[in-house]
Design a protein around this ligand. Structure first.
Ligand SMILES: Cc1ncc(COP(=O)(O)O)c(C=O)c1O
Length: 481
């Protein structure tokens, strides 16, 4: 099995190495300018194992929307996971990996007609719905679909509430929809719910599983024999957050309400598998000191740092996912702390990553690290204002690599071993595509490029002086015209 369809190698890290050390090594080269992710694929592998161990009755159908990096999808497909797809595009992505259509749930309760037709033509039969209009559409476009009714049951503490958009009321609407499906002669097979993403209210799973069990009973009274319970997503994924409590609630509720049945139970975890696997490194490219306006005291009151990732890129999660990023300066927190803000690279004043945070004095060319950047980040990035999407450097610890390769037949030639500079791609931008790189001029001999003759003489004077090292050392990606 190949875990990637590009030539990018996965770096196997020697004992003691961490994503943070990889970041430091790339940065210490002095020639990396663009932000980049370090993606620990071993983390996804371990979390998959943990999920099926902690909830043995629950089969995970990974929510592709959370992070559709090919390496994640390929690994999970090989481990036997199913997939939750929200659109024709996601369905194609998963079918393209060779996954059986029966291992996909089309879990978007409101589907465009062409996507529904596509599901019918590719044999993707399992799908969710929560309203009558969807039932009529399905009757017309995919009458042999296996339907799962999505009910609403919201967590009281949650990062993203999904119930305001999807899920019918279990008491007042669900019975009517079950009867409507029966009337239309549709194959209704079960109940689903999503308690909300980033759930901080474990008991909600018991409430939702109980509500679902009541509807299993009701459906039996109108002639259905439900076979599927889909407990959705919501499992927290950041470092230090545990699945234990939710797993205990789910297992007990399944025993209590579905104990003596052979109902198939699935879940749609997204962030749990991927959030902590990605660490983002960003570089400060500009800085503004806001001073007291007082004539007698012009001290700095606030520092604004501009970095090369913002809300139009990875930090879209600040807006859409209600994520609170934690900026870790790679040089540490030593020294006097000053009220600061962190801004993205675009010209939009909305492009703010952190409004008010205490930071030590940092310079242009210094770096921040942000952990837990794997969920809903890369999938929703834009290149607004011409800023590129950060690239991904994939790593795995030797220990995880041994475990993974003892279970899966992965091609060894896609891995590089050890921490030699060439493996870290020091001096080059890290990427997941086939980048065409030439040895940067600045690496051959650190010279400052002269501006054109039309420049003002002051600029020429300035340029002949020794420039700050960070300006000299960065790699020029594009040829200068
Ligand atoms: C239908 C559905 N399933 C699963 C998920 C994944 O949720 P999470 O990342 O909280 O596990 C989402 C997230 O929006 C979703 O909409």
């Amino acid at each position: 099995m190949k875990l990637s369809n590009t030539d990018q190698k996965i770096q196997v890290l020697e004992p003691g190495w961490t994503p943070e050390r990889v970041i430091r090594n790339v940065i210490n080269s002095g020639v990396q300018e663009n932000a980049f992710y370090v993606f620990d694929i071993g983390e996804v592998y371990r979390r998959y194992k943990e999920f099926i161990t902690l909830m043995p009755r629950v089969q995970p159908f990974y929510a592709v929307k959370c992070n559709d990096h090919q390496t994640i999808l390929k690994l999970l497909a090989d481990l036997g996971a199913g997939f939750d797809c929200a659109s024709k595009g996601e369905i194609n992505k998963i079918l393209g990996l060779g996954v059986e259509a029966s291992n996909i749930i089309f879990a978007n309760p409101a589907k465009p007609a062409s996507h529904l037709r596509h599901a019918a033509s590719t044999g993707v039969n399992l799908m969710t719905f929560d309203n009558e209009m969807e039932l009529t559409k399905i009757k017309a476009l995919h009458p042999s679909a296996k339907l799962v009714l999505r009910i609403r049951c919201d967590a009281e503490v949650v990062q993203c509430n999904l119930g305001m958009k999807f899920g019918c009321d279990a008491l007042n609407e669900a019975p009517r929809l079950i009867r409507a499906a029966r009337f239309l002669g549709l194959d209704l097979v079960g109940i689903s719910f999503h308690v909300g993403s980033g759930c901080g209210d474990p008991p909600v799973f018991r409430r939702a599983i109980f509500a679902a069990s009541q509807l299993f009973d009701y459906a039996a009274t109108v002639g259905y024999n439900f076979q599927l319970l889909d407990i959705g997503g919501g499992f927290p994924g950041n470092k230090g957050q545990s699945l234990d409590e939710i797993a205990a609630v789910v297992n007990l509720a399944l025993d209590d309400f579905f104990g003596d049945t052979d109902v198939q139970v699935i879940a749609e975890p997204g962030r749990y598998f991927v959030a902590s696997a990605f660490t983002l490194a960003t570089c400060i490219h500009s800085k503004r000191e806001v001073r007291n306006m007082d004539e007698k005291d012009s001290s700095v009151t606030h520092v604004m740092y501009y970095i090369n990732e913002g809300v139009y890129g990875a930090f879209n999660v600040v807006i859409y996912d209600h994520f609170n990023p934690i900026a870790i300066p790679l040089k540490g927190f030593g020294g006097k702390l000053t009220p600061s803000s962190i801004w993205g690279p675009t010209c939009d004043s909305m492009d703010m990553v952190l409004e008010n945070v205490m930071l030590p004095t940092l310079d242009v060319g210094e770096w921040f690290m942000f952990e837990n950047m794997g969920a809903y980040t890369l999938v929703a990035c834009t290149t607004f204002n011409g800023f590129p999407t950060s690239k991904v450097h994939i790593v795995i610890s030797e220990e995880d690599w041994l475990l993974m390769t003892s279970e899966l037949s992965v091609c060894e030639d896609q891995f590089v071993f050890g921490n030699s500079p060439s493996n870290l791609r020091i001096g080059l931008d890290v990427g997941d595509e086939d980048d065409k790189w030439e040895t940067p001029l600045s690496v051959q001999s650190p010279v400052c490029r002269k501006p054109s003759l039309s420049c003002h003489v002051d600029v020429l004077d300035h340029c002949s002086a020794q420039p700050p090292s960070f300006l000299c050392d960065f790699v020029e990606v594009e040829p200068i015209n």
